[in-house]
Ligand binder design. Structure first.
Ligand code: GLU
Length: 428
């Protein structure tokens, strides 16, 4: 990792609050503060995503258990969040490091202008040498506008600031093939560069005080790597290990792993970690051909209001290297009710022999589109040529249902489709 990397560190509630006594883990917090300041002094830019607002609220009010009523949980978040940030502030102040609090809901980034605004504010804070401390705005967010867990929030934060590295600090040291608490044959998974090849048991479902678990970590890995961020899972008990891992990654020669099977790569990586005296951790390598800012926003910031089912020909045309726009002729199905300029999911399906959508065959979600026509109009023009639009609808906005700039696909979908296209070309 070169000087001047941008690093996001995510801390779950169980890393910051003792599960039994619900007292703050002050020693862990102090070690994190020392590590962050060390990283700052070495020229890195650091953002913390800190959970714990609700747990601190519970302790403050002398409650043992999270209440059922949403308004009560939100009130506790308001009580706890201010104490939590106060704790961070006083610890960082000991070492002269300034911090800032950012509370965010999913709604805050569903509008492009607001997304850019959040991005600019975070960049400005980093330029000022401040450490932003982010949490979900639990006091105001209800189910529909929630990120849900801070693993996802930290991946979205990483994409917002184009982070090089996201560290998820958790209560296990790395990802395992099975739950290591119950299965002695569980093997560590140390390096992942293809999420689709992963075969893991995600049943370790987080602690009593947190919300996470391995499933949300894998979702976060998908989002972060898509945006080009390398994500690392490590144990929060020894936060000072973060520095060691950072140094190891920056000097690690991953080429020695090329050509090995997934299993052999894990064995080789374990040898490398032992030889370098580096603690266990899992590294999900960010895609080199990652999605751009606006595409990431379309995929994960915008709400999706329905779906368009497209045929295999359109699937290929949209995902080839020089991607095309979406024409009505490739659409075989419309799902849900949506208006023009709204965002919909794109799903690839199959035609029946008569040309209509064969809804008995599976559809695969491949990306997102912002549409030029609403669902009622697309239902009328689907499968037709663009020059027929005016006659059918009585008006003509665009020959495309969605222009290529308003289409977004994750790199995994593009890679898969482009490698299958290459196969076809090579066969010919
Ligand atoms: N935002 C929640 C809190 O501060 C935590 C969510 C999570 O741990 O994933 O309590």
């Amino acid at each position: 990792m070169g000087k001047g990397s941008t690093i996001v560190i995510k801390l779950g509630t169980s890393s910051l609050v003792d599960e039994v006594t619900k007292e703050p883990r002050l020693a862990t917090m102090s070690l994190i503060v020392e590590t962050v300041v060390k990283l700052r002094r070495a020229g890195h830019r650091v953002v913390i995503v800190s959970s714990g607002g609700i747990a601190v609220g519970l302790k403050t009010m002398g409650l043992d258990r999270r209440p059922k009523k949403l308004a009560q949980v939100q009130a506790l978040a308001a009580i706890g969040q201010s104490k939590l940030i106060g704790r961070w502030d006083s610890l960082f102040a000991q070492l002269g490091q300034r911090i800032a609090q950012i509370l965010i809901t999913r709604n805050d980034i569903s509008d492009w202008t607001q997304y850019k605004n959040a991005q600019n504010t975070m960049q400005e804070l980093l330029d000022m040498g401040v450490v932003p401390i982010v949490n979900e705005n639990d006091t105001l967010s209800v189910a529909e506008i929630k990120f849900g867990d801070n693993d996802t929030l930290s991946a979205i934060t990483s994409a917002l600031i184009k982070a090089d590295y996201l560290f998820l600090m958790t209560d296990v040291d790395c990802l395992y093939t099975a739950n290591p608490r119950t299965d002695p044959l569980a093997k560590p998974i140390l390096i992942v560069d293809d999420m689709s090849a992963l075969n893991v048991d995600t049943s370790s479902s987080g602690s009593d005080v947190g919300t996470g678990g391995m499933t949300t970590k894998l979702i976060a890995a998908d989002l972060a790597t898509e945006a080009g961020t390398t994500m690392i899972i490590m144990k929060s008990e020894r936060p000072e290990n973060l520095w060691k891992i950072v140094e190891y990654i920056s000097n690690s020669d991953d080429d020695v792993l090329n050509g090995l099977t997934i299993e052999d790569r894990q064995v080789k990586e374990l040898e490398k970690l032992k030889a370098n005296d580096v603690p266990l951790h899992t590294r999900f390598i960010g895609y080199k051909q990652h999605v751009k800012n606006r595409e990431f926003w379309m995929l994960h910031g915008l709400h999706s209001h329905g779906a368009l089912i497209i045929d295999q020909g359109a699937h290929q045309a949209l995902t080839r290297t020089n991607k095309a726009g979406l024409l009505p002729v490739g659409i075989i199905g419309v799902v849900g009710h949506f208006h023009e300029h709204e965002c919909v999911a794109l799903k690839a399906g199959f035609r029946s022999p008569d040309g209509s959508w064969d809804s008995t065959r599976p559809v695969t979600e491949i990306g997102r589109a912002r549409v030029n026509y609403g669902s009622v109009d697309i239902e009328k023009i689907k499968g037709r040529q663009s020059h027929e639009i005016e006659d059918i609808l009585g008006y003509h906005d665009s020959e495309y249902i969605a222009h290529r700039d308003n289409l977004a696909f994750p790199p995994s979908v593009l890679e898969k489709s482009q490698s299958s296209l290459n196969l076809v070309h090579n066969d010919i």
